[in-house]
Design a protein around this ligand. Structure first.
Ligand SMILES: Nc1ncnc2c1ncn2[C@@H]1O[C@H](COP(=O)(O)OP(=O)(O)OP(=O)(O)O)[C@@H](O)[C@H]1O
Length: 603
């Protein structure tokens, strides 16, 4: 892709704001053209002064005043045009920025979860924050600057050619050389590649930096320093190396360009003197020569600006490519005509799933030919050794990933025919890792059902056993999580998440380790809450504490991606298989815990 198509690609982003951008460009061009008028006025005034230098009385004073007024008015008009152009470009930029961020956020919410696991949070954060911010910089500032940096030299050079083509031709030599150096600097594949590497290096540094800060508990416990946190250290070193590489690539062209452009007049002076002496002191030539000397240094400003724009344009273009790459990520395919289930039995039929694509060499199914039916109004429990695939089964129900083989149905309808929005309406989910938003506790619960009244929020909170601890907080339900040091314990956060799920009143409820953090008393209370919910709903519960799912209508024992045992607690115990072993282990652990409480451990 060349620079021209890259710039037009950036302008494409403007979408519906193109009208504003075109207005901004027209006013920027106008203000650039108006900037040239004072030069012409100076030329005309100097011309009049020199022609009548011997007899000032003959000087046309009105002409001098008129040109003075023209210069002044053109300056005012230039300021006005600049103001209107700037306003239009800023309004366009901030609207584009807003729309782009919303579109990006909506898009990333629609791509399969696989994208989020392979893309580091820091990387995505940089794209949504920094790369988008740069688009604002481009549209609000650099596009008008680019227009003036192109219009002013072109018009001025044209004017100089009209005045004296010989001196203008000589002036074109350094300008041509400078522009050639520019294209060498920014148009070369090595330059592009270096900038690409530079962007990746920043992203990597960002991502590993975020990881380092996020992993602070482990960092502290294991005494990891920024220096010994290898990935971060390597990312910083890579950034340093790439920065040095860019400096190395740019140093010669940059220095040459800079020196040539700021000394343009040194090329004009010799040819001017030569021509002046050959024309035996022609007065009109002297005036033209003076104008060349005045105008030439002012050509350097837009040309230098062009160079700075070139370098930041490259960064913006790279950021734009990253934004485009996010948009290019395929979203979950929605059905053309969504179907609505009329009952809520869940069925997994021969489901085989791997986190990698089938053609990948790492393809290793996490689930193999999983078959089960979870009936509506019943509690189905998933138990089994760690890493067996329980959470994967639960997340497939939400279509976080697409299954490679088999089909998952709700009420007999494949979930891919239901449509994501409807599916999300049907299923309430309490995740293992609870995420609470930076908002009040009430709003965090209300996320389950945005139209719920305060009373309904309170009822859900009471059922999930969180009302009591919320009431004890200074601002109760209005307490902002994360503000003023208000953080909740793992168990408290989990109960808020349960309240959120209860409020949703979805016909299907999935609880992944929902009572993991609860103490015995609260676990009992939550169980009571859940027991009320189960009525008429399809509930899938993933639990390590077998005591919590003893009464489940169906227990599925998941091991190494397969369901190895299936039945009620009593049936499975009688089978004397893996479940019975797990039950015995659970009992021993429970009695050991009781023993500790009693003073002497039994085991
Ligand atoms: N996002 C992911 N990408 C790749 N592999 C994953 C991902 N999530 C889980 N796995 C792998 O899939 C397998 C099953 O994991 P899963 O979390 O479903 O097991 P689990 O039975 O719920 O375990 P636990 O009881 O410890 O939570 C594991 O080998 C795990 O490493």
């Amino acid at each position: 892709m060349n620079t021209k198509s890259e710039v037009s690609g950036l302008i494409q982003i403007a979408g519906e704001r193109k009208g504003l951008l075109i207005t901004a460009s027209i006013f920027s061009t106008l203000s650039s053209l108006l900037q040239i008028i004072p030069f012409i006025a100076v030329y005309k005034i100097v011309q009049e002064l020199l022609i009548h230098a011997q007899q000032p009385v003959n000087m046309n004073k009105e002409l001098l005043i008129d040109w003075g007024i023209v210069a002044f008015i053109s300056l005012l008009a230039m300021l006005a045009a600049m103001y209107v152009g700037g306003m239009c470009s800023h309004i366009a930029a901030f609207n584009i920025l807003y729309e782009l961020r919303i579109r990006l956020a909506e898009h990333v919410a629609k791509v399969p979860m696989g994208y989020h696991t392979k893309t580091a949070t820091g990387e995505l954060k940089k794209i949504i924050e920094v790369s988008v911010e740069k688009i604002e910089k481009f549209i609000a500032h650099q596009l008008p600057d680019l227009i003036s940096a192109l219009v002013i030299p072109v018009v001025l050079i044209g004017y100089l050619f009209w005045l004296d083509y010989r001196m203008a031709l000589v002036l074109m030599l350094p300008i041509g050389a400078g522009l050639w150096l520019q294209t060498r600097l920014f148009g070369s594949e090595a330059g592009r590649e270096a900038y690409r590497e530079f962007q990746y290096a920043i992203e990597e540094m960002n991502a590993t930096g975020v990881e380092y800060v996020r992993g602070m508990p482990a960092v502290k416990v294991f005494g990891i320093t920024a220096d010994s946190f290898l990935t971060f250290k390597q990312a910083v070193m890579k950034y340093r190396d790439v920065s040095l590489k860019i400096t190395d690539i740019c140093k010669t062209s940059y220095s040459l360009f800079f020196v040539i452009i700021i000394s343009l007049f040194t090329f004009v002076v010799p040819i001017g003197i030569l021509l002046f002496s050959s024309q035996a002191g022609s007065q009109s030539f002297a005036i033209t020569f003076i104008l060349f000397l005045i105008v030439t240094p002012s050509l350097s400003v837009p040309l230098l600006k062009l160079m700075h724009l070139g370098s930041s344009l490259r960064e913006i273009v790279e950021g734009h490519k990253r934004i485009e790459a996010v948009f290019a990520e395929k979203v979950v395919v929605e059905p053309a005509s969504p179907r609505v289930p009329h009952h809520y039995d869940i069925a997994f039929q021969d489901v085989t799933f791997a986190y990698e694509q089938k053609e990948s060499k790492d393809f290793k199914p996490v689930l193999q030919k999983v078959n089960f039916v979870a009936h509506a109004g019943e509690l189905t429990a998933l138990v089994g050794p760690s890493g067996g695939g329980k959470s994967t089964i639960a997340s497939l129900l939400l279509r976080f990933w697409e299954v490679q083989e088999g089909v998952i149905t709700i009420g007999g309808i494949p979930i891919r025919d239901i449509g994501t929005d409807k599916l999300m309406e049907l299923v309430s989910f309490v995740f293992q890792d609870v995420h609470l938003f930076y908002d009040t506790i009430e709003e965090n619960i209300r996320m389950g059902n945005t139209s719920a009244t305060r009373d309904e929020v309170l009822t859900a909170a009471k059922t999930a056993c969180c009302h009591e601890f919320i009431e004890k907080l200074d601002q109760g339900y209005d307490t902002k999580i994360g503000q003023g040091g208000t953080y909740l314990s793992g168990g408290e956060a989990q109960r808020i998440a349960i309240a959120r799920a209860l409020l949703k009143r979805a016909p299907i409820l999935v609880l992944d380790e929902a009572t993991a953090y609860a103490d015995a008393e609260n676990e009992y209370n939550i169980q009571q809450g859940i027991a009320q919910l189960v009525k008429g709903k399809t509930v899938i519960i993933i639990a390590h504490r077998l005591s919590t799912i003893r009464s489940a209508e169906q227990i599925l024992v998941v091991k190494q991606g397969s369901i190895v045992e299936q039945g009620t607690h009593e049936q499975l115990r009688r089978e004397q298989g893996l479940y019975e072993q797990m039950w015995q282990a659970h009992q021993s652990a429970a009695s050991w815990k009781l023993g500790v409480r009693g003073g002497e451990p039994h085991l």
